[in-house]
Structure formats: structure tokens, C-alpha cells
Write a protein that binds this ligand. Structure first.
Ligand code: NAD
Ligand code: UDP
Ligand code: UDP
Length: 333
């Protein structure tokens, strides 16, 4: 069935891949983005498709469009991006979700929230099942994101209980792939950009903390399945359950890029979770979904993307992970 689908945050890393997938299935796609961390470059190739529409809009403001489905991805996702303007970050999860839930209520659209493994905080349960309530610092520097996303989940479930709305909540674990922002400070983009330029690979802490990395195509497939599986509300974990320490990741990136980079050690940021790995049994049982792209395969595709980016823009790029401030934007004018 062809739907008209709203993707908020559609010009971002995950959102742009999702828009592509939805268009390829014949849907009409409305991409809403305020271009705060997303980029027109991510969506230019879809511009001109008569089924693709772009609206510059901040979801903290009401939005009136007629749609069948809504994917709410709008929210800065990398720690340095979401900590740049923490008040705007939490508003986006809270006010933004209220507006989109109001829109879904009026249009009777099915609505999916891109939640996060950050709702588990620094977890005492490992791997993390959906039943785990998490351990989050409510007043720390990550709380604008973590608590904002937790509040968004509450809002989704309250709108569901109070108004019988058709909601979906996906808890997304660390995802990587082409179109990650080169300056977003996330570990995969940092390590690849550093390795490709033979710069030091910046390990925070001792590098023993772990994460589980999902390739973006797998994630998008999981999101679309969740949206289109009747009777499954979630929350459902989506990610890859291969678990790697940051040192292992650095070594893989060095090997795959053939880089001469060395590791350098830096202080661990506040409230940085020590470990993270999704329990994926619900996704398998209820959605028939499991990730299929192994880390080395996904890293190779991502390295190809960043190699191309450096060839095109390398002369104006100034990635400075020690300062960790975005210093370059690939946004088209
Ligand atoms: P991203 O920063 O590339 O994309 C977010 C997009 O939302 C950007 O295009 C940005 O401009 C837009 N945006 C931000 N605030 C907005 C607002 N107020 N109004 C309109 N647009 C706004 O990040 P991403 O990695 O693509 O993440 C997409 C979603 O998935 C986010 O909600 C994020 O929390 C969630 N998520 C991502 C990961 C991951 O590892 N990538 C993990 C867990 C959850
Ligand atoms: N809203 C929106 N688009 C719509 C319908 C509602 O942006 O098509 C916003 C509206 O601004 C409102 C919010 O969604 O503040 C929540 O809507 P809801 O119906 O829950 O609340 P109410 O309108 O009763 O405050
Ligand atoms: N990290 C690192 N070096 C970097 C960037 C990040 O060692 O250059 C670490 C970071 O401290 C964290 C892990 O890598 O332990 C994942 O960080 P990221 O910001 O990608 O995601 P999140 O912490 O939100 O899972």
C-alpha cells in the first residue's frame, strides 16, 4: 500500500537513508528538518523526485500536514551535538513529540518514535532487554538527551493509553554508516576520519568500554518492519549485538584503512556508559528481524564514504576531536 509518510529529521544521517528506502517502495515522503545537524547534501539526490517534499521546520512548533505514517527522528544524536544547546535538545524530545503526537491524533496516523539505548543509561543489566528500566543520571550533561528521550517514551505511551493512538517505539543502539557527520564526535566517524588522515586515534578512558554497532541499512529495515507490523507497539531494541571495546574498534579501523595512526588516550567524558549491547530477542520474535551486516563489512562501506568526502572537501575540513567542536559543515547553501 502506498502511504504519505512524514519523516522528521529526514535530512539527518539515519533519516536520509529512511527517506530513500520509503521512496524506493513507492511512498510519498515529506521530509521535515530544521537543518541543525542534518544537511541538504544528504537529501539533494532525492530532490526532484515528485514524491519527495522538503519542509524546513522546527518540530517544537506545530505542524499541519496530512499523512498516514510519521517517523519521528528529529533530535540531535551525537553527544557533542546534543550538548551544544541542551535546552533545545530536551525541548525537541518533549515539545516536538507533543506536536507530532497531536498531529498523529488529528490525522489518525501511525507514529513511530526513534528512542535510544541511552534510556538504559549506564546499565547494570547486560545485555539490555526492553524490560530493564535503566540507570540514568537525571541532572548530568547527557540528561538533556537521555531524559528527553525517556519523557518522549512516556508521552507516546500516555497518548496511546489515553487516546488509543497507534504508536511504535524503537530503542536504537549505536548506528553508523555513510552520511554520518564527519564532525559529530561519535566514535566511528572520529576514528575513521582520524585514521584516513593518519592522525592520532583518540581513545577516551582506557578504551575498555564497549558498544555494539549497527549498520544503517539494517537499522532502517528494522524501523520499517516495526512501523508495518500490526500489534507490535514496543519498545523494541534495534541494533547489532556484536559487542566491541573502543580499543578493538580503533584497531579494526586502523587495519581496514591501512593507516599509520597511533592510539592516544584522553579523559573519559562524564556519565559515559561502560557497556552496551542490545538483547534482540523481541525484534527477532515479533518482527522477524535481525541485523545482517558485520562490523568489518559496514566499516568498509563507511570508510569508502569518508574517503570520498575527504577527496571532495578535504581542503576545507578541520576535524579537531580534542576540541570536539563542529568546525565544518557540509551543508549546501
Ligand atoms: P542526526 O543528527 O544526523 O539527525 C537528526 C536530524 O534531526 C538532523 O537532520 C537535524 O537537523 C534534525 N533536527 C534536530 N532537531 C530538530 C528539530 N527541533 N526540528 C526539526 N529537525 C530537527 O542523527 P541520527 O544519527 O540520524 O539520529 C536520528 C534519530 O535516531 C535521532 O532521534 C536519534 O536520537 C536517534 N538515534 C540515533 C542513534 C545513532 O546511533 N545514530 C542511536 C539512537 C537513537
Ligand atoms: N498539533 C500539531 N498539528 C496538528 C495537530 C496538533 O502540531 O495537526 C499540535 C498542537 O499545536 C498541540 C499539540 O499538537 O499543541 C498537541 O495536540 P493535542 O491534540 O494533544 O493537544 P491540544 O491541542 O488539546 O492542546
Ligand atoms: N569515544 C572515544 N573516542 C572518540 C569518540 C568517542 O573513545 O573519539 C568513546 C566514547 O567515550 C564512548 C564510545 O566511544 O565510550 C561511544 O561514543 P559515541 O559518542 O559514539 O556514542 P555514545 O557514547 O552515545 O554511545
Amino acid at each position: 500500500m502506498i502511504n504519505t509518510i512524514l519523516v522528521t529529521g529526514g535530512a539527518g544521517f539515519v533519516g536520509s537513508h529512511l527517506c530513500e528506502r520509503l521512496l524506493s517502495e513507492g511512498n510519498n515522503v515529506i521530509c521535515v528538518d530544521n537543518f541543525s545537524t542534518g544537511s541538504k547534501d544528504n537529501i539533494m539526490h532525492m530532490h526532484g523526485n515528485p514524491r519527495f517534499e522538503i519542509i524546513r521546520h522546527d518540530i517544537n512548533l506545530p505542524l499541519f500536514v496530512e499523512v498516514d505514517q510519521i517517523y519521528n527522528l528529529a533530535c540531535p544524536a551525537s553527544p557533542i551535538h546534543y550538548q551544544l544547546d541542551p535546552v533545545q535538545t530536551i525541548k525537541t524530545s518533549v515539545h516536538g513529540s507533543i506536536n507530532l503526537l497531536g498531529l498523529a491524533k488529528r490525522t489518525k496516523a501511525r507514529i513511530l518514535q526513534a528512542s535510544t539505548s541511552e534510556v538504559y543509561g549506564d546499565p547494570e543489566v547486560h545485555p539490555q532487554p526492553e524490560t530493564y528500566w535503566g540507570m540514568v543520571n537525571p541532572i548530568g550533561i547527557r540528561s538533556c538527551y537521555d531524559e528527553g528521550k525517556r519523557c518522549a517514551e512516556s508521552l507516546f505511551f500516555d497518548y496511546h493509553r489515553q487516546y488509543q493512538m497507534d504508536i511504535k517505539v524503537a530503542r536504537i543502539f549505536n548506528t553508523y554508516g555513510p552520511r554520518m557527520h564527519p564532525d559529530d564526535g561519535r566514535v566511528v566517524s572520529n576514528f575513521i576520519m582520524q585514521a584516513l588522515q593518519d592522525k592520532e586515534i583518540t581513545i577516551y578512558g582506557d578504551g575498555h568500554q564497549s558498544r555494539s554497532f549497527c549498520y544503517v541499512d539494517d537499522l532502517v529495515d528494522g524501523l520499517v518492519r516495526l512501523m508495518n507490523t500490526d500489534g507490535v507497539i514496543g519498545p523494541v531494541n534495534l541494533g547489532n549485538d556484536g559487542e566491541f571495546s573502543m580499543r578493538e574498534l580503533a584497531e579494526k579501523v586502523i587495519k581496514l584503512t591501512g593507516s599509520s595512526s597511533h592510539l592516544s588516550y584522553h579523559p573519559l567524558p562524564m556519565d559515559d556508559p561502560r557497556q552496551r549491547r542490545p538483547d534482540l530477542r523481541q525484534a527477532a520474535e515479533k518482527l522477524g528481524w535481525a541485523p545482517s551486516v558485520a562490523l568489518e563489512e559496514g566499516l568498509t562501506k563507511t570508510i569508502d564514504y569518508f574517503t570520498g568526502l575527504l577527496k571532495r572537501h578535504g581542503d576545507v575540513m578541520n576535524v579537531n576531536p580534542e576540541v570536539n567542536e563542529p568546525t565544518y559543515s557540509i551543508q549546501a547553501v
